[in-house]
Ligand binder design. Structure first.
Ligand code: HXC
Length: 515
């Protein structure tokens, strides 16, 4: 028998492939506090569930010394397995092989499992750790990236796509994570940028470190590119697993239910959450956590645009998406960042059949030249469009303020919400009482013997008429004014009632969301 036909030869090849770039490189990876591609997969997937594909693929290029070395697997480990018993596809870039750089063959391996993930309807998880396009291969590696971007786009809205950034991710390489649904970054060992510190210095004369320019905190707090950040890789991978638990496998399915034992759904403490003074802040996350199943709230984009809160939770065991104005941050005002953050989240939930629960306490849109010149018009419209287009079950609860255009935008009845509730503390009007009375009673106030007294009187009159939920309830824009303590019960009933909702949009190729 020829040597290559023996089991020994096969086993030697497998051992070689498993070593990636070799022991020295593995040690160097560990010294940086990073795990290897295979260790990461082991942490992610259920024990013994990983089935590798393309282990023996190697590069084809013969330029710039590549003819003298061969690495089985070519810098990326690809395959499928299960997370908590559910199928996922995964690629994990191997920095020990030529810095995890992306060659033609490396890209083909990723493309192969992306195609399988799309055809078989299961989430795609990318563990990124790469020096970018393999410089020796030139345009074929650029082509390889584009092949991946194209599939990221085709897969968008079909299967959930999650990217973990566990090392460098620079240049055009960032555009694959950018198209995927969620990015998770590890603090101090990962970065993402279109151009690195050296180019930045040459072009703009700014001196900035990689970490400051594109580290986990920059993208969690400043840009919002990172939906989650983690102190280490183990935690990052745990976050991926947790996130998956709220998601369906694909757009044709619903997220799995968790077993749930019905109990007492009355939450008396909610009756005292909203402060007496309408200008006193309170934390909407306290409200969310008192309503949803215990410890089930997973916040997304926690440190970015904190004036809006988005995330997944469970209500009576069922997965829901939550969007909530945050009165404890900038009074919960809607601005460019918060509108974009919430709009993308709403579209994700709608694409994957996750019902939406919306908490409203919003004084309006943020005024100012900065907002106007950076297109709050277009960006605010994103959220309006995203809600209007969403066909999943949608329930709103106005806890306090719902003023101006923001009332319409925040999942109002008029843009397709299925159930609209308000607490007695709700104020639903075109604008706040003071501003409104100063405009409509300008003449009376100016001509009054005591203008201040007149203003106060008219303000009271206005508040009595509009700064409450009754005018909206009288018109049916609010379906029920509920005592806060019964909120959980009403929401569980509401979502149950909406379980079989069929929502259809007019036939079209696709809409034109104001991007
Ligand atoms: C080929 C690469 C490589 C690359 C790293 N290596 N990046 N080989 N192509 N892009 C190799 C190194 O030569 C080295 O090989 C090994 O990987 C480890 O790299 P080091 O530099 O020793 O590691 P480290 O100090 O940790 O630095 C990592 C790094 C740096 C910051 C990623 O290697 C780097 O700056 N690389 C180039 C990044 C880059 O400019 N890429 C192109 C971006 S543009 P040996 O044999 O010595 O171990 C791009 C366009 C995509 O990607 C376009 C899509 C449209």
């Amino acid at each position: 028998m020829h040597e290559k036909n023996t089991l020994e030869y096969l086993n030697r090849q497998i051992e070689l492939a498993k070593k990636g770039g070799g022991d020295d490189k593995i040690e160097a990876q560990h010294k940086k506090g990073k795990l290897t591609a295979r260790e990461r997969i082991e942490l992610l997937l259920d024990r013994d569930s990983f089935q590798e594909l393309g282990m023996l693929v190697s590069h084809r290029s013969r330029d710039f010394g590549l003819d003298k070395q061969t690495f089985l697997g070519d810098g990326v480990v690809t395959g499928y397995g299960t997370v908590n018993g559910r199928l996922v596809y995964v690629f994990s870039q191997d920095f020990t092989v030529l810095g995890g750089s992306l060659s033609e063959a490396h890209a083909e391996k990723i493309v192969k499992i992306m195609d399988l993930a799309i055809k078989n309807g299961a989430p795609m998880i990318g563990l990124n750790d790469s020096g970018g396009a393999r410089i020796q291969e030139g345009v074929v590696s650029l082509g390889g990236y584009a092949d991946i971007f194209y599939r990221n786009t085709l897969a968008s809205g079909v299967i959930p796509q999650i990217s973990a950034i566990l090392g460098p991710c620079a240049g055009g390489a960032v555009y694959s994570p950018a198209i995927t649904d969620f990015n998770i970054m590890v603090e101090h060992s990962s970065y993402m940028f279109v151009t690195g510190p050296n180019v930045v210095k040459t072009v703009t004369h700014e001196e900035v470190s990689s970490e400051d320019l594109g580290g986990a905190s920059a993208h969690s707090i400043k840009s919002g590119v990172a939906h989650f950040s983690a102190p280490n890789e183990v935690d990052a991978i745990e976050k991926i697993k947790k996130l998956l638990s709220y998601l369906p496998q694909n757009c044709e399915e619903n997220a799995p239910d968790l077993p749930y034992e019905a109990g007492n759904d009355i939450r008396e403490e909610l009756n005292n959450v909203v402060p007496e003074n309408p200008n006193t802040p309170y934390d909407i996350k306290d409200v969310i956590c008192k309503i949803v199943d215990s410890k089930s709230f997973l916040e997304v984009n926690k440190d970015f645009a904190e004036n809006i809160v988005v995330g997944f939770a469970r209500l009576a065991g069922k997965s829901i998406g939550i969007v909530a104005n945050q009165p404890a941050f900038l009074a919960g005002v809607l601005d460019i960042h918060s509108s974009k953050k919430a709009a993308r989240f709403v579209r994700f939930c709608d694409a994957f059949n996750i019902p939406l629960l919306v908490f409203v306490d919003v004084p309006g849109f943020l005024p100012g030249t900065d907002q106007e010149w950076n297109a709050i018009i277009t960006n605010g419209a994103k959220l309006l469009y995203a809600f209007s287009e969403a066909t999943v079950p949608r329930i709103s609860l106005i806890t306090r303020k719902a003023y101006g255009g923001a009332y319409d935008v925040m999942n109002s009845k008029h843009i397709g919400a299925d159930l609209n509730f308000a607490w007695p503390s709700a104020e639903i009007a075109v604008m706040g009482a003071k501003g409104a009375t100063e405009i409509i009673f300008k003449k009376e106030i100016q001509e009054a013997a005591n203008p201040e007294e007149m203003l106060a009187m008219k303000e009271e009159e206005y508040k009595d008429r509009f700064a409450n939920p009754y005018a909206a309830a009288a018109r049916g824009y609010i379906d029920e004014i509920i005592e806060p303590q019964f909120t959980r019960q009403r929401l569980i009933r509401g979502f149950k009632m909406l379980e079989n909702k069929v929502g259809n949009l007019p036939k079209k190729k696709h809409g034109n969301i104001p991007l």
